[in-house]
Write a protein that binds this ligand. Sequence first.
Ligand code: ATR
Length: 277
Amino acid sequence: MTLIDRYAVFGCPIKHSKSPRIHKIFAEQTGQALEYSAQEVSAEQFPAAVAAFFAVGGKGLNCTIPLKELAWAYADVKTERACTAKSVNTLALQANGSILGDNTDGIGLVTDLIGNHAITLAGSRILILGAGGASRGIIAPILEQSAHSIVIANRTVDKAIELAAEFHARGSITGCGFSDLKNRQFDLIINATSTSLSGQLPPLPEALLVHNGVCYDLAYSTEPTAFVLWGQDNQALKSLDGLGMLVEQAAEAFFIWRGIRPETRPVIELLNAERTI
Ligand code: ATR
């Protein structure tokens, strides 16, 4: 008897995860026989839950909040981008039985920005709000696109400065506090703080976005997030949330597991259409 290949997303909370839906569509689209479920797993439960999953034939896992750093620690081998991000969102069982850890968040964001929205990162002045795990994961992939510069602004200023210092060798990057943003302007502002879904926003000065600039919130929701609304209020050419990034990082994980690249556009269109109903 051949068992169907099993995959899952672990996180807490996980009830509203769109990942099972996305991977089901990818599997149908590419003719791959697989099963993908969502499992609520706390940080305390994580090591035992991962071991149990792979012990009974699991092939790959996605890990989301608050488990990405733990997944990084769990993996036997890690890709370079996972090491740079110091977090792992994709675990994959290798032929030799070891567990590979990768991070597809950064490439997911860049693919959404450039591939889906035709946004130019090369030569752009980019502001990242927040200096936590989400920010760390996107810095290197953005600098690789020849961005002119990145400024990281954070409530706790030291964290922004320290995070920027880690990436000095890769490009022009500095850290500061929100009050230091006065009289500065950016082509692209990315919200990587955890504020948006609670309807809050970091204190941002006026005229922070250039004419025809772009805003991108890593978070996504059925309703426009607080930061997406801020972008609209500030006449952004585009003010986007992270739904596209979610689908693109999933596609990259699917590719790691199955060696086939699914089509993302129809999935993004479907999920977008559903939230406007
Ligand atoms: P994640 O892994 O999602 O990045 P995190 O590591 O806890 O989560 O980081 C959360 C980020 O959101 C941090 O940059 C945090 O700022 P501090 O480093 O000062 O804590 C930021 N953040 C959370 N709540 C905030 C608020 N009310 N205003 C501004 N920034 C906030």
